[in-house]
Ligand binder design. Structure first.
Ligand code: SAM
Length: 275
């Protein structure tokens, strides 16, 4: 089920929240960042929800070094109950799906520290392209010297599981939505997406090619919003970044942006590697 329904969906959907396991977040970034030494590193989990990074059994980030920023207050409260020594900060920024009553363009709050790592898993897969750029620029400014910003995106044309599934990432999602919504034809949307540099899927059935799309009544209804970017397009969007393919059997690519170290040198364990 789409994450947003666990928070803004029907009572029945919200009840499923505690049953949905979100494991592997730390392991994902640990591998994408080439297994850095996390000890004493200050980490911001942007869009961290209820602290899924800390919930990963392999996680070596100390709760006191962990900061979570999210638009859902309820998720932060759950995280705070589990890990009271971590830092949980509400960011009332508009998101058409997760926080439609939030404030558009609200600047990032000042957390009083600079971060060694800023991680965002599956956050910019649910924002408009402009919101992504705006937030990425603000997040970059919060990095300590030598720090890394790592965030994920999904390539619609990439096949994440070639051994077990023949379609691409977008098709997989369309098939999932189609299980509960027969108002569209999978093949029609899939054909429209061919060659798209990027696309947005509103409510699982309205595909907008090379655009954010449009929506209405997002306050009254729970809207699902999924944005996809091809790797080629993302490279043009963030020419100074390193893009890495999915790891650990996941479908999300990772975009890495670093600040120079204090001597203007890139962190030793993060040499440039392009795919
Ligand atoms: C699909 S969930 C992923 C949650 C978590 N990162 C994980 O890996 O399980 C997307 C999260 O991004 C949050 N989010 C969306 N827009 C945001 C924004 N502008 N600022 C902070 N968080 C945001 C949502 O509230 C939600 O918790």
């Amino acid at each position: 089920m789409e994450e947003v329904f666990l928070w803004r969906g029907s009572t029945e959907q919200r009840r499923l929240r505690s049953l949905v396991g979100k494991t592997g977040r730390f392991s994902y970034f640990n591998r994408q960042l080439d297994f850095p030494d996390w000890s004493g590193k200050l980490v911001l989990d942007f869009g961290g929800n209820e602290g899924n990074l800390l919930l990963d059994h392999n996680c070596t980030i100390r709760p006191e070094d962990y900061y979570c920023l999210d638009v859902i207050n309820e998720a932060l409260e759950t995280g705070r109950r589990r890990f009271p020594r971590a830092h949980w900060v509400h960011y009332n920024h508009y998101n058409c799906s997760f926080n439609p009553e939030g404030i558009e363009g609200l600047p990032l709050p000042d957390l009083g520290v600079e971060f060694d790592m800023i991680l965002a898993y599956s956050v910019f897969t649910h924002t408009t392209r402009e919101e992504m750029h705006n937030l990425v620029e603000q997040l970059r400014a919060r990095l300590a010297p030598g720090g890394t910003l790592a965030f994920t995106f999904i390539d619609p044309h990439y096949n994440s599981w070639p051994e077990t599934y023949r379609g691409n990432n977008l098709r997989w999602r369309l098939e999932r939505f189609h299980q509960t919504n027969h108002s569209f034809k999978i093949d029609d949307l899939w054909q429209q997406s061919r060659g798209a540099q990027w696309c947005a899927l509103v409510n699982g059935s309205e595909l907008h090619v090379n655009g954010n799309g449009s929506w209405s009544n997002e306050v009254e209804t729970c809207l699902s919003y999924n944005v996809y970017y091809s790797v080629g397009f993302f490279r043009k969007e963030f020419p100074y970044a390193t893009i890495r393919p999915p790891v650990n059997g996941e479908m999300q690519h990772c975009c890495l942006i670093r600040t120079p170290g204090s001597a203007g040198i890139l962190p030793a364990n993060l040499e440039e590697r392009h795919f």
